[in-house]
Design a protein around this ligand. Sequence first.
Ligand SMILES: [Zn+2]
Length: 238
Amino acid sequence: MIKYHPEQSQLTQFVQGNISPAEALIVSAHCDLCHRCRQFVQHKTQLIAAEVFDTPQPKDSLENYGAMLAAITQLPASETAPAAPDNKLNLSTPEPIATFTLVKTLELDGHQFTLPPTLQRIAAKTGNWSGLVGRLWQAPVELNYPGVANFIYMGRGGSVPEHTHRGVEYTLVLDGEFNDGINNYRTGDFVVMTDDNTHAPHSEHREGCLVFTLLDEPLHFTSGIARLLNPFSHLFFR
Ligand SMILES: [Zn+2]
């Protein structure tokens, strides 16, 4: 059972389109796994849609809209959006995310993991897996957005040295389970860490733990020998 969810305010901003594309991605992936948040998002979407469509549009704004459309259609051809290339994968939407090939599963350390639909679209943008210390592997995801995104796999007995954060770290558990000395997190849990939090994730789960993370700044290692890693922390989770 999922214990950790995005705040309702974040889900509302997600529906309104008021969060960054990277944040929207991880919130959407959580909703793929979480019935409760999916229902909240559906309900909010209906409420907001009803508000928008029940509100009569002022005549002025309709006229302005007409003028804007006219201005756009009169632009010289070179200033209009380029035509989509003849590519079957290109779904002709402006979102580059729609051109990614679907990858439904990841195989790691002999274990097969199914990705939530939202992340299936970005898996093809995933770089090579590289082994870090302590039975830990990461694969960066190229999102073209500020911040960094990674799939991280902790094998059984794997751990990340104790660290704090300079910005916000979002972690979505995709499969398996990990503990960070504060709480235990299972599939679907949405974990938010800020510079107030210090933690040391490790996994003792039979299948280890696969997570998707977003970070806006490199980690800062806080304990023991791991502090020696700080000059290189940009190599972790980037
Ligand atoms: Zn939820």
